[in-house]
Structure formats: structure tokens, C-alpha cells
Design a protein around this ligand. Sequence first.
Ligand code: ARG
Length: 587
Amino acid sequence: MKMLIKEISNIVEDQFEQSGYDRKYGTVSISNRPDLCQFQCNGALPAAKQYKKAPMQIANEILEKLKKMEMFQDVSVAGPGFININITDHFLAAYVNKMYNSEKLGCIEASDPKTIVIDYGGANVAKPLHVGHLRSAIIGESLKRISKFMGHNVIGDVHLGDWGLQIGMVISELRRRNPELPYFDETFQGEYPKEAPFTIDELEEIYPAASKLAKSDSAAMEESKKATTELQKGRKGYVELWKHILNVSVNDLKKGYGNLNVDFDLWKGESDSQQYVDVMVDYLKDNNYTSESEGLLVVDVSKETDTHTIPPFIVLKSDGSSLYSTTDLATIWERVREYNPDQIIYVVDKRQDLHFEQVFRCAKKTKIASEDLKLEFIGFGTMNGKDGKPFKTREGGVMRLQDLIQIIKDAVKDRLKENKSIENKEINEIARKVGLSALKYGDLSNQATKDYVFDIERFSSFEGNTGPYILYTAVRIKSILRRIADEGFQYADKINTPYSDIERSLFLKLSKFNEVVELSFTDKAPNKICDYVYDLASTFNRFYHDNKIIAEENINKKASWINLISLTMKVLETSLDLLGIETPERM
Ligand code: ARG
């Protein structure tokens, strides 16, 4: 289905062309004065310059043609030569009906689907999920859903941090605590135990202890680094221990992301690229891309046009071990070979922008990424507390994601208890959905690059521009539809032309859905969907307050309204789903 705005534009463009002007002047946009008209075309002004005529003359010429067309009504010229356009209710209703009968609510799938890898989540093994990983998960999940909805072949990869120093820290801490374990005995020939020598709770205590020690004790730090290098070189006992760490941790992470309703197509990590490091390094050396600098193997990625210094990209450390840069470059090498993507999108904290600038430059310069492969970094801002500093627990520690979800669930629960139709046994599940909507919408409604303040009272409020408000609107429609179904009301299959101004506004909002989804995809901006659903929900609520749908006696009118509100519900629910938000049946 063509976008409504494009359909109108094309028609006006035709009129410009037929009158001897360039079509480009016929572009139509949504009116910024909805009190005056629905759409406007301002092309007569620049056209006047080119054709050396008065703008009014051109505008009137076009106006005469538009007046003869069935689909328009009340077209007029205003000011120095703006064309104000309204479409007939008949035309508008026909569009909304087409949308109602279309599988994807009027959205147009890409004609040339791309393979897109989205690298998001990025949790680190052996450390619990914390709020720092929240934004990546929420934004990445939404981008994945939007891209899939647009018909692309999307691969979401959690890209776990599973190959870095934290693993070395855990290994050396375990060694201090249980030196007798076979993993530390280099002469050990037998079979290693199947059971991990720790539980997830123990692991969560081991890592912080090890990290604290390494910070104050340089010998412990050296030991951790050595263990990391030995693991990467394939020391058998350490590899076995690492597998245990990975297993225990990934099980827990799967639960954590599951609770957030975030899921990945791939559960790969930094370590998966290790098998490509040797070939990649040979390739880089053979093609003279590398040089040595203070024992490090580097690639110069600076450009003459740089206004600030971009340090060399480090391929390997002097002892041959991998760094974060190594695994990221080798992961591009791996992804190119395994998935042949058109695009890789990284959803990572914006403080890592220099790192990704280096990775991308290096991948392009060395042709590990071909010219056609689009590498895109979506750097997000920080979620702050009310003090304007990164969000922390009351004690000043790192807030665990699980605890954060609990806090927001509790915040919406009291409000939910006011609704007596909610049974006790369902309240937890509803609170989970509503709480997550508060959290996710609070995040996604901001532009990703911006920092924002986590404001629990505002996010969890049932009024205003919040997740719960949008959910509440969708749930309100669901409840009307349930009552209608109980009545045994017979559905007609058509939406009539609007009966009032507010109903017409609702039609116009609905008809924008395909445009908004496409824009949120091209701009990688879920916040555009948030703006849209809020606008749609508010318009619907105004319509709802003005009309008694269930009590309406005119059967034809009532049937049309029921279709209209069920379309509204579908658009709300689909938009929310694109944001990764589930809609409950009641709340
Ligand atoms: N594990 C990293 C971190 O916690 C994020 C990973 C982002 N993805 C990537 N390909 N580097 O900072």
C-alpha cells in the first residue's frame, strides 16, 4: 500500500508537471496548521523563482486543476502562494479501509530485503546483568523488530563479553580458593568433572571479589592477565573451566533477558571469533597493513582529514593475546563469512564511539569489510538517576537489572490493585507487562543518543506520555470489544466515512502508520514510534470520550465504530510490539 502522503504528493506532482513545471515542486506535507487544512504544498514559492512568475499565479494554476479532482475538497491558496489541501472523507475512509484489510496494516515490506546483523545486549559473562546493559537490550530489540517487520532478514546477536580479563580474574580467584581442583594441574590427564565447581550465586560473589583484589594488588592483576592469555592460547584446564563459567552464566543471562522479553537469534560471543584470529593476522601481515609499535601489532587508521587524533588500531598485544579490538575485528571477519550481511548495526554505549570508529576504519581499510558492507554504530546515552549521575542503588552500588524490574513492578502494582476486576492470580503477570512498558517506553521515547533521567513516578504513571497510558488505551479498546462480543453483535466489514471532526482526526492519525514505521526504520529511531502511539492514543481517547460506542443505537454506525476501534487497537498493539512491549488483556 502506498503511503497516503506519497499518494497525494504524486497527484499534485502530476499537476505541476502537466502545467509545465518541474514535478519536484508538487511535494505535499502534513499541514502544520491542522486547524486550517490537512495537507499543504509550498512548491509554488520556489517554482516562482525558477520560472520567474508570481507564486500566486502558479498556485492558482495548480489550484484550478486540483479543484476538478474528486479526491480533494476545500483546496485553497493562502498567504503568498501556499496550497492548502483537504481530502474528501470518502477518499480518506477508502484508505483506512484498505489499511484495515491489509496484512501489515498498510506497511510496505522492502522490495530488496537486506541481511542485517544487529549486535546488541552485549552482557559480560560472569557478571550479573546490570542497568548499563538495559538500554542496549531495549533499543536493540526494538530495532530488530522494526527491521524484521519491514521485511529484512535480521540476525540479532547478543555478542557476549566472554573472552576478556574478567574471565582471567575468575580463574585466578578460583585458583586461590581451590588450588586442588584438576583445572589448575597442568599434568592432569584424566577427565574433568561435568559439574561446574560453583553455582551462579557463587560466581556472582567470586567476580566482584576478584576484581576488587586485582585493583589493589598488582600481583593479583598480573596473575589475572596471565590466566587470560593462557586461556586464549588454549590451556586445557582453563578452557574447561571457562566452559563452566560460560554455561552457568549464559543460563542465568537467558533468564534475565527472557524476563525483559528480549531474545536473540544468536548467543555468540567474543570467543567465537578466536578461531579466525590467526588467519586474519596472517592476512593483515601479508598485505602489509600492520606495523609494530611498542611491541603491539597495530594498523594505522588515521586520516589526513582528521581534526582529532585517532590512535592506531591494536590487533594483538605483545604476548600475542587478544583485546576487545581484536575480537571485534575478528567478529566482522567471522560475520562476513558466516552471514554475508549487507549491514552490521552495533547498539552500544556512546562512550565506546572511538573504539568503533577505529574498528570500522580498520575493517574498511584492510578490506575485511567490503565497500558495500555498511557498519553503523548506534551509541546510546546514559540512564541517570535524579541526581543527574548514572543510575545507582540507594547504597551507591551497581543496580542489578532484576532488582530494577522488581522496583518498577511494585510501582505499578498498587495502581493495578484499584481495578477490582483483576484477579489475584493474574496481578503479577500484568504488573510485569505494565512495569516493563513503563521501563521500555521511558527509555525508547527518548532519542537514543541522549542521556535521560530514570523517573519511576513519571514512567509508571497511567496518565501522560508513558507506556502504561498507551497500554491502558489498548486495553480499554480490548474491553469494549469483549463486551461487544458478549452482546453477540454482528460485525459489518467496513468503516464508514467519519461522523465528526475528532473521528476524522483519528482516521488521519491511523493512516500515518506505514509512514512512521518506515521512518523509524530508516532513521533507526524507535522514539518516532513512541511519538506516534502517544498521538494516536490521545486522539483515540478524545474520540472515545465524545462517543458512546456500546450504547449507540444506529447499528450501521456502531458497526463502523467497532471496526474503527479494532483497527486502532491493532495499530497500537503492533506499534507496542515493535517497541518490544506486550499488551495485557486487562489492567
Ligand atoms: N560487552 C561489551 C560491554 O559490556 C559490549 C559489547 C558490544 N558489542 C561489541 N561488538 N563490542 O561493554
